[in-house]
Design a protein. Sequence first.
Length: 414
Amino acid sequence: MRGEKRFLAFLRGQLAQIRRGGIAVLWRKATYVLAPLPFLPLVLLIRVLHPWISIRFGLLISYRIGHFSTNTELYLTQRELTETKRPVLDLFFLDGAVSNQQLKKMWSRTLRISRFARHAYVCNKLLPGKENHIVTLSAAWDVEGILENTRPHISFTTEEEQQGQRELKQLGLPDDTPFVGIHARDSGYLEYAFPSEEPGRWRYNDHRDSSIHSFVPAAEQLAMKGYYVFRTGVAVKEALNSANPRIFDYALNGRTDFLDIYIGAKCHFFICDTTGMSNIPMIFRRPTAWVNFVPMELAPTWNSKDLFLPKKLWLVDGHRFLTFQEILSSDICRFYTDEKYARLGIEVIDNTREEISSLVLEMEQRLSGTWQTNEEDEELQPRFWALFSPRYPKRVFRSRIGAEFLRQNQELLG
């Protein structure tokens, strides 16, 4: 009875969409149902061949760059590390819009991608035994720490290497000069890429945003040390205001899909918050300094060269910050919408300019071999990470929370 109700509700929804959209919507739905039918003999043959070769179909989440990059790279890495009893042939299709054309080009050199795989995928899902012929991609986080011990599965061609060096030089980067990528998330990209008639459609994600202005002191600090800094991003809302000639607001001047990938792959390290752009340096195994990180459940714990700073959570009625222990021992550590924080009277507080600068300086010194730790730092780090262990017993913990930040917020350990 419940199944019948769900089916009738589904049917009513489809009819309502057709009434609103007319013949164009009807044609699209009919095509979705009928186009896979010619693939039925192929899908049946694949089942017959299954004892000797496993043929599977998979969807690449191409419309968001974070998922398009890390989910795909983790799939390839896991395949590399997994022994199979029979040969495996995986065929992929893209999920509609493409967030970055250069990334699509590079994946197409490594994976078998075809629009016809979608039809076979749909046909396969209509038949028994579908699970054996579907590729289920991993989540976007490397919780098992497998990326650090493997090499990237995509690379630039010789021509692309030359193109990247040439285009960075045109932007003002001298030859053989180290550079750093920087990115601050805002809702500009989602509003640009997925326009909606509903005002404020993407506001539920505002707690993840950062102001690029809070990154400027860190960028200028790096410039004083001889680095060049490229601010990245698509359809950003704010300009990066700095008169330093070593700091480029590339997001507003000269941005291309190609350079987005090239900068993330070739930077000395990358500075970012919880944004899809952070996944580009991740898949190319570049060190990352994460700031303004939220929610804490997704903290980047797996790479020994990574550093991170969480956003702090202010309990309005209590006139105090929530401790890390309070956050990690409750569902607050996995709040993904503004509404959930507001319901509990919690304000999400960005890292200060000083906190971001101290983390970036620590990253630069660690990579250059000049960082000097002390006993207090080495005692505080395991105390912080131990708060994760009861909830995530199988998770890898190799990263570090910013040393100065932890010194100044010891009371939040609980």
